[in-house]
Design a protein around this ligand. Structure first.
Ligand SMILES: O=C([C@H](O)CO)[C@H](O)[C@H](O)COP(=O)(O)O
Length: 431
């Protein structure tokens, strides 16, 4: 079978999905998938609309059925689906029922291996049960933690079954060629196409990558590993990061004191002191590693513990910035030197270096606990903290938020509004 590009529409809204599907079809998409969130928000009607709008294209209903296989396949097939996805985790009886129902309504079954532990064995069983396609799938939530499609398992599945094997899960114009080389017949792409500012070009680029077996450069939907977090956080704003953390992580009352556009990214070196005592903050500078951010807990004190000479010392050491739950001084000089600084207060007066407190233990700043090594990101909106144990996942989710906003921005710029693009009134929470 010729390699197929299946574009997955994982939106909540039918109108946006249909518009983006039209752009993807223009760019050469072969198959169009009604994604699971789309079907769950709009119902099977969206499958009907896709069939009506793109009659020459194979329509996939990503039902991810887990039970009542026959009924769900009947619903999707009657709405126009040519292929219906059933979870590999479902009981054999559900898969058998789905296959029988698909034969009755003229559709086919694709088994989705998301969450399956022995994917090779399950693929062999699924083929025996009569399914037409296998889909090796790394879910979006798994991708955020750094998982990607395992080439070795793909190769094993391809060698063990005779039906076409699809791959899904964060596939980009860079990764598609190696998956085809490993034997995949169907490339399922969601984010790398539907989050692109220009969906038509992104689809064309994916088709080129598939036809030539050569990567085409693209940054959309790239996933970042634990050694690439600086790069990832540099692509997201503090607002994006807070959204990715379900609107948490914000240091309350900590205000940027920088030139507009200043961004700070680094790992926390925590310091605790008392009001006006600048000994530990200044000693911490000598203990810091390049790339650290000093985070100073002064319990909200209003006498300065940090000033311009400390800031110059930080620059000498390669420290990325300072965050103070208390007061800073010499802001005119610090502003001019471009050293990122965030604090609760800016005042002229300091006190004596007495030496209370400590360096490198858990502290409170802006109402949140900060641990040494947590990621600290600051920009014109304020400061957020990302716990180090969740940093890879939050970095990827933050970039995802930024990319989805980039796409929405393009739609607004064509003359629409945020409310219209998101169909806000229709989707308000029911109270
Ligand atoms: O099936 C999918 C996911 O479970 C949400 O419904 C996606 O369509 C699939 O993963 C493809 O999307 P990307 O991973 O963004 O390429």
């Amino acid at each position: 079978m010729e390699p197929v590009l299946q574009v997955a529409l994982d939106f909540m809204h039918k109108k946006r999905a249909l518009e983006i599907a039209a752009e993807a079809v223009k760019g050469g998409a072969d198959w169009i998938e009604a994604g699971t969130p789309l079907i769950k928000s709009e119902g099977s009607d969206v499958i009907r609309e896709l069939k009506k709008n793109f009659p020459g294209h194979t329509i996939i209903a990503d039902m991810k059925t887990m039970d009542v296989g026959a009924t769900e396949v009947e619903i999707a097939s009657k709405a126009g689906a040519d292929i219906v996805s059933i979870l590999g985790l479902a009981d054999d009886s559900t898969i058998e029922e789905a296959v029988t129902s698909a034969m009755q309504y003229g559709s086919k079954i694709m088994i989705d291996l998301i969450g399956v532990s022995d994917r090779v064995e399950r693929s062999k069983t699924a083929e025996k049960l009569g399914v037409s396609y296998i889909c090796l799938h790394i879910g979006i939530d798994q991708q955020m933690k750094g998982e990607s499609s395992p080439i070795d398992i793909l190769k094993q599945i391809v060698s063990e079954v005779s039906i076409p094997v699809a791959v899904a899960g964060g596939i980009t114009q860079i990764t598609a060629p190696e998956l085809l080389d490993a034997g995949a017949s169907i490339i399922i792409a969601g984010g790398s196409i539907i989050k692109a500012k220009d969906v038509c070009s992104a689809t064309e680029n994916m088709k080129t990558a598939m036809a030539t077996h050569k990567a085409v450069a693209s940054n959309v939907a790239k996933k970042y590993g634990s050694d690439e977090l600086y790069e990832a956080f540099s692509l997201a704003s503090t607002a994006n990061i807070s959204d990715a953390m379900h609107r948490t992580g914000v240091l309350s009352g900590i205000i940027p004191r920088n030139k507009p556009g200043t961004k700070m990214i680094g790992r926390a070196l925590t310091v605790q002191t008392v009001n006006g005592d600048w000994a530990k903050p200044v000693e911490a500078i000598d203990q810091a590693e390049k790339g650290d951010v000093l985070v100073i807990d002064v319990g909200g004190g209003d006498i300065a513990v940090f000033g311009a000479l400390a800031a110059w010392s930080c620059i000498s050491k390669g420290i990325k910035g300072v965050v103070i739950d208390g007061a800073i001084r010499d802001m005119d000089e610090i502003y001019e030197m471009g050293f990122p600084a965030f604090s609760r207060y800016s005042v002229p007066n300091a006190s004596e270096p007495k030496g209370y407190g400590g360096i490198g233990h858990n502290i409170l700043c802006g109402g949140l606990t900060i641990k040494p090594g947590d990621w600290i990101i600051g920009d014109d909106c304020g400061v957020v903290v990302v716990p180090q144990e969740k940093a890879t996942e939050i970095a990827n989710r933050s970039v995802d938020v930024a990319e989805r906003e980039n796409r929405i921005r393009e739609e607004i710029k064509k003359g629409s509004t945020l409310s219209k693009v998101l169909e806000l009134e229709k989707w308000e929470q029911v109270h």
